[in-house]
Design a protein around this ligand. Sequence first.
Ligand code: ZN
Length: 133
Amino acid sequence: MSHTDFFTLSTPREGLIPITRVVQAFVDKSGIRDGICVVFTPHTTSAVTINENADPDVRDDLILGLDAAFPDRPEFVHMEGNSHAHLKSSCVGASETVIIEDGKLLLGTWQGLYFCEFDGPRTRKCYVKILEG
Ligand code: ZN
């Protein structure tokens, strides 16, 4: 048995948006107790990641670090002018996979799921695929 669904987000210019509760609600709705949950963003300047859920400063530091690693360079030729956002998207990745155990996302105590916006504000789509097994 499997279930695919999606949700939309209104994003800021840049940032990590907590989505653990939204994704857990999809798991609850699916009724699947044990399996795999894939969270996927179909955009080229956003990403999905897992990181610390306690101190929100970590999210800001991640953006700061990614900005330092992937600055907007004058050498970039992509005419849309957002190559730094495309680089961040590919580096962080378009999806995460989380084990579902006893109906709950099997995340560490300090882990949360985040939608990463690198070129907002936009309305974004995020898919959730839940597989039983
Ligand atoms: Zn572009």
